[in-house]
Design a protein around this ligand. Structure first.
Ligand SMILES: [Zn+2]
Length: 455
């Protein structure tokens, strides 16, 4: 049994002082005591927090961050960004993806994310590399130490009504049979702290008659496996959905699929009152990616009304223009402040600390969406923990609930000193043990891709 000591921490129930967390050999928290006498000559860490799940990632896009901030003549929007992204995606092979995903996952760990939902559609299925691309993601997770919820994505069409895929979308495609086979082959390979789920890319990309077969395929593997979907990110897709079926995307999904706690509705941005009420009632989690949604000009999800109805949410870094849980939560709150000309919009009913509320709720919702036993420090949960260094100037003078407010709202430097996944320290003193090699390989690979794209 490993015993860890902390001066203070955010436990499942509340803030506590002088904490001892006992971690069993399987990486699960076996006991928690607070108010203990801390023995001399043991390592005592400052502030312990539950780690944050990152519920939405397209790993390869990390190396594309910053390459689409230039306006050509004509419209610059989500759809023009997507064309540029397809051009970049065409450069990816298993070797390049391995290097980029490993570096990204190291960045995530340093930023406090200990589990990632990899919404994986870059299968390179047109060159028969689908299994290799998925294995690459798994091996990047293993090398970095992050917990993976692998979500192979079903992608079949360019628009509603089964419109044929464009050339840029060819690497993403599977028929239902091939997709089912991929899930079956992956099933025995994904174990330990890793989970297997599936995703529908969007209603645009999968004809409605193919939903049931894919849900059966994942349910045959695990009845509780996560199911994710990009649902209503852009008004253009809402309008196309209405033109196709007479239903808005969330309306169609809730009426035609058994949406429950397994489901994560990523970018449920454009919803009407009856839709967000129905999502809250379903038990599904809404996946919000505030930095990417701002970068792509998506819009704002009505978070305050939704959480009042008991709706769950989590955060993702999606295109990875930011790999920082604190920045995602800050932007989530700031978007609502700007839209409503109010302060401390997202917090407990009856009031409380916004920082603490955001961290707790996003950790809980993210853990549900990824089927990972994390999201709070409690007996029976996996020991995925963060330590904040209270020596950091931005963390001075804050106590209890204010600690989380300072952590999220008082600046850019990262005060996370240590990160533990399943009872093992993967970041110590702000450094990941393999970061030099992994970041070195990343720089070399990205330089090669840039040169290939210039040529
Ligand atoms: Zn996405």
């Amino acid at each position: 049994m490993q015993k860890l000591y902390f001066k203070e921490g955010l436990l499942g129930g509340d803030w506590a002082l002088n904490i001892c967390v006992e971690v069993a050999s399987d990486g699960v928290i076996a006991a928690i005591h607070s108010g203990v006498d801390i023995p001399v000559q043991v390592e005592v860490h400052d502030t312990v927090l539950p780690s944050m799940p990152n519920l939405h990632s397209h790993a390869f896009q990390r190396a594309f961050a910053g390459l689409a901030e230039y306006r050509e003549a004509g419209q610059s929007d989500f759809w023009s960004w997507r064309n540029a992204m397809y051009h970049f995606a065409a450069q990816m092979n298993p070797d390049a993806l391995k290097v980029i995903a490993s570096a990204l996952y190291v960045e995530m760990l340093k930023a406090g994310y200990t589990a990632v939902g990899e919404f994986h559609y870059l299968h390179n299925s047109h060159t028969d590399q689908a299994l290799a691309m998925s294995e690459t993601i798994l091996s990047a997770a293993e090398d970095s130490g992050i917990a993976l919820t692998h979500l192979p994505v079903l992608y079949q069409a360019s628009d509603f009504g089964g419109k044929p895929a464009s050339d840029g979308q060819k690497p993403f495609l599977h028929c239902n049979k091939e997709f089912e086979r991929l899930l079956q082959v992956l099933k025995p390979r994904i174990n330990g702290r890793h989970q297997l789920g599936m995703a529908f890319h969007s209603l645009r990309a999968v004809p409605e008659e193919n939903f049931a077969g894919a849900v059966d395929a994942i349910e045959n593997i695990n009845l509780k496996a996560p199911i994710h979907i990009h649902i209503a990110e852009q008004m253009k897709e809402v309008e196309a959905s209405v033109a196709h079926s007479g239903k808005r995307p969330v309306e169609w999904l809730l009426e035609n699929q058994n949406v429950d706690e397994r489901w994560c509705l990523v970018h449920a941005t454009h919803v009407q009152e009856h839709e967000w009420k129905a999502i809250a009632k379903s038990g599904a989690v809404v996946g919000l990616c505030p930095a990417t949604e701002a970068n792509l000009g998506d819009g704002l999800f009505p978070v305050p009304e939704y959480i009042q109805m008991g709706g769950g949410f989590g955060i993702g870094s999606d295109s990875h223009i930011s790999v920082d849980a604190r920045e995602e939560l800050r932007l989530l709150e700031y978007g609502q402040r700007l839209a409503r000309q109010k302060r401390t919009v997202l917090t407990y009913e009856g009031g409380g600390h916004t920082g603490e509320y955001l961290w707790r709720e996003a950790a809980k919702g993210g853990a549900q969406a990824l089927a990972q036993p994390i999201g709070e420090i409690a007996v029976g949960k996996r020991a995925d923990l963060l330590v904040i260094n209270r020596d950091n100037p931005m963390m001075t003078g804050s106590f209890y609930g204010q600690v989380m407010d300072s952590f999220i709202f008082s600046g850019q430097p990262n005060p996370i000193s240590d990160v533990m996944v399943a009872g093992e320290w993967v970041v110590r003193g702000g450094k990941h043990k393999y970061e030099e090699d992994i970041f070195g390989a990343y720089k070399e690979t990205v330089r090669e891709i840039a040169m290939a794209m210039e040529a």
